[in-house]
Design a protein around this ligand. Structure first.
Ligand code: CP3
Length: 353
């Protein structure tokens, strides 16, 4: 494998000096790009796109080729694991994901425990290998997984939820059931991320999209604890070179300090907390990733530039900042606005290093 030509993402995640702040965008390959919509149409659907390594590779590279980004993120989805566990995943346009066989009782959990999900995910590792080959060392490739808690929310609710009635009901009425499910998922996430690393992922990120809906105590028990297990197990492998681990809980609040204490290298921030507040909470323990409000990209160019500057200013000087949005880029964003964002980060950020 060729050496990395641009390694500033890896360096910043490890808090090493960089000449400017690296940048990538959550959901950078997606529906806001016309070339993505064309490839998805050719594939016939989102899941086929994920499951065909050549097509997944093609869309992974689209944003890297269009914009001057400092990382590629594997095109896939967090729901690949529950899909491989036999829950019957489908995506319908405008409705999001659905499971035909959600988890409702101990029997369901036992059925899942008996599956070998990692074996059904070769298409993911094949895509990783292909992307690494096609990137030729231009920028690093990020692998990812959902957090055990976030995966469990989809598996129990059967779809995206507003109130989380079923999973929170399980948490308070049958905690032993949820704990068993989370143990199975924690192991699966460890093995899944390790397999991605073995295939060539150079950094990994855990998306805990729904950790923020829990009380502090429940968060620590059901969201953070399984993530800490994942981090501990990954660190045990002592992979060389170091594969930086980023944890992202949307809506995390004061638990950011707990998240940073898991042993991870970096934490992702949504736009509701300011970078200086976050830095005060985590000290110098971890790098920070974020945290421009994705909706800023609906503003005029000068507003985008102003808001980029504010995020850089709030983080302040020194390494350990990875510029990103606070959540995924939305499908109605004009790709030209991303050009404005990328250029602003490149223009303003050297002053902070
Ligand atoms: O960042 C990237 O470019 C990599 C690709 C990526 C996708 N999903 C592609 C996708 C990543 C990292 C994800 C993670 C993911 N998937 C999360 C965690 C991050 C987050 O956004 O909070 C979650 C919760 C999911 C589950 C999921 N997948 C939902 C709820 C949906 C439907 C919502 C929607 O935006 O329509 C998806 C579909 C999905 N995953 C799309 C893409 C590009 C849109 C599908 C399409 O093309 O129709």
């Amino acid at each position: 494998m060729p050496a990395l030509q641009n390694d500033i993402l890896i360096r910043a995640l490890l808090k090493k000096p960089v000449p400017r702040t690296p940048l990538w965008i959550m959901r950078q390959a997606g529906r806001y790009l016309p070339e993505y919509r064309a490839t998805r149409k050719r594939a016939g659907g989102f899941l086929t796109l994920c499951k065909t390594p050549e097509l997944a590779c093609e869309v992974t590279l689209q944003p890297v080729e269009r914009f001057d980004l400092d990382a590629a993120i594997l095109f896939s989805d967090i729901l690949t694991i529950p899909d491989a566990m036999g829950l019957g995943l489908s995506f319908t346009e405008g409705e999001g994901p659905r499971f035909s066989k959600p988890v409702t009782c101990m029997k369901d959990v036992q059925r899942i425990a008996a599956t070998q999900p990692l074996e059904g995910l070769d298409y993911v590792y094949d895509a990783v290998r292909l992307v690494r080959q096609e990137l030729g060392g231009r920028v690093p490739l990020i692998g990812f997984s959902g957090s055990p808690w976030t995966l469990a929310t989809y598996m129990v609710e059967g779809q995206t939820s507003r109130e989380f009635r079923k999973i929170k009901g399980m948490l308070y009425a049958h905690p032993e059931l949820l704990e068993h499910l989370l143990e199975i998922l924690s192991q699966a996430v460890v093995e899944y991320l390790l397999a991605q690393v073995r295939a060539g992922a150079q950094a990994v990120m855990v998306f805990d999209t729904w950790g923020g809906v829990l009380s502090r105590e429940a968060y620590l028990n059901y969201s953070l604890k399984p993530m800490r297990h994942v981090v501990t197990e990954l660190l045990k492998t002592g992979t060389q070179p170091v594969v930086p681990i980023t944890l992202f809980t949307k809506g995390v609040g004061q638990e950011l300090a707990d998240l940073a204490a898991t042993g991870c290298h970096a934490v992702g921030l949504d736009w509701t907390m300011e970078m200086d507040q976050a830095r005060a909470l985590v000290g110098s323990r971890v790098a920070l990733q974020g945290n421009l409000d994705p909706a800023v990209l609906y503003g005029p160019d000068e507003v985008i530039r102003r808001e980029v500057r504010k995020v850089l200013e709030k983080f302040g000087t020194g390494s350990g900042h990875v510029f990103n949005l606070g959540h995924g880029i939305q499908q109605y964003v004009d790709p030209e606005k991303v050009v404005v964002l990328v250029e602003a980060v490149k223009e303003f950020s050297p002053a902070y290093h």
